[in-house]
Design a protein around this ligand. Structure first.
Ligand code: PMH
Length: 382
């Protein structure tokens, strides 16, 4: 596997494993972890993260769409897989044949899926909308339509019930408790045999780290498996000492001196105030380093240096405190000596959440996987 550009994401697989181990320690030993690897494992790389997570002790994997699950199966992943979003009812047979559990919450969906000849039973996770307002069964009346329908069809296997919390990462737990109460009410509506045979999963990273005692059969561990806190509130509480898995690096490919008044980049908006050293770094908005990051720092030689002028599609310029040789390392996310630029710093600059930061780094940037200090794999390479 080769790549020929100077910009790469480094994914530390040991950190992913450590984050999983720490959550395992916090949960009662019988509780399971589903690693959430949707959206290309939050931009970290689906197959590599899936394998690392399973090796570290995760029991299953959760994705958003059927395509993501099929890709994992194609790569040889045999672990339990759950698609947490909607799939088309006409694709139910495909999910069943690949032993992929699907999320169901509509009676009509079951009707349409039931028209297909299923070669294998379809594993169903029934989604309850207890307050997220996104997808899921909201009422007892809907359950009364869905449950007998599943019951009559041996090809439909109700394997689990789940819900998703809207505010699990907030210090104030009132709404979370309301959602839990609504879940308990809907669950009480299930007959005994269902109650005994289905698994329950309700917790995301925030809920599983903050309230491990409330964990049902398994948790869906997303953002914090990657080493990021779900919110500033949870970061302050610090239930687990998370290790960020992703860092982003490049290098100087050109260094030059500008005289006072000379300009940098499109629009010639930045003008040197005095004689200045300007470096060019081969990453741009087409790599996800959006133009809004103009003015943000990068690390060179263990020091912060600002991005000056407009960020271009493939390159950006930085103001350096001195001359540096071509090939000097530039860190956009991560540490150099005692300095760090975190995904949280980037998120706060962009007025967004840290979840968006690894996801926004484009597939043109190779992902280099490091384990025990060695490169073990590369994704998006030739
Ligand atoms: N379960 C579901 C249903 C989810 O949608 C998500 C994340 C998770 C678990 C994992 O959450 P965590 O990363 O906080 O641990 N979903 C999303 C989303 O739709 N937008 O941002 C995160």
């Amino acid at each position: 596997m080769s790549y020929y550009r100077d910009t790469y994401v480094e994914v530390n697989l040991n950190h992913i494993a450590q984050n999983i181990h720490q959550l395992k320690e916090r949960l009662v030993s019988s509780k399971k972890i589903y690693a959430v690897v949707k959206a290309d494992a939050y931009g970290h790389g689906d197959i590599q993260v899936a394998e690392a997570a399973l090796e570290a002790g995760a029991e299953g994997l959760a994705v958003a769409i059927l395509d993501e699950a099929l890709k994992l199966r194609e790569a040889g992943v045999t672990a339990p897989l759950l698609v947490m979003g909607w799939i088309r009812p006409e694709d139910a047979a495909l999910a069943a044949v690949h032993d992929i559990a699907v999320t169901v919450f509509q009676r009509e969906w079951l009707d349409q899926a039931g028209e297909q000849a299923l070669e294998r039973p379809l594993r169903i996770h029934l989604k309850l909308d207890t307050g997220m307002g996104r997808i899921g069964v909201r009422s007892e009346a809907e359950l009364d339509e869905i449950l007998p329908y599943i019951d009559e069809r041996p090809n439909f296997q109700l394997e689990a019930l789940f819900t998703h919390f809207a505010t699990a990462d907030e210090a104030d737990t009132t709404y979370l408790e309301e959602q839990q109460r609504r879940f308990d009410e809907l669950f009480a509506h299930f007959e005994g045999k269902w109650q005994e045979n289905v698994e329950i999963h309700t917790s995301n990273s925030a809920a599983s780290m903050r309230f491990p005692e409330k964990t049902a059969h398994f948790v869906r561990f997303g953002i914090s498996m990657y080493g990021l806190y779900p919110s500033q509130d949870v970061k302050r509480e610090r239930p687990i000492d998370l290790q960020p898995a992703m860092s982003l690096h490049s290098q100087l490919i050109h260094v030059k001196q500008l005289e006072a008044g000379e300009a940098v980049s499109y629009g010639a908006t930045y003008k040197a105030q005095e004689t200045e050293w300007i470096g060019t770094v081969p990453i741009g908005y087409a790599d996800g380093w959006t133009r809004k990051l103009q003015g943000m720092d990068v690390l060179v030689d263990g020091k912060r240096h600002p991005i000056v002028g407009r960020i271009c599609m493939d390159q950006l310029m930085i103001r350096l405190d001195q001359e540096y040789p071509i090939g000097t390392k530039v860190t956009l996310i991560g540490k150099q000596e005692d300095q760090e630029i975190s995904a949280d710093d980037i998120a706060s600059r962009l007025d967004t959440i840290n979840y968006e930061v690894p996801c926004m780094i484009g597939s043109r940037v190779p992902r280099v996987y490091v384990k025990d200090g060695r490169i073990v794999d590369v994704k998006n390479a030739l």
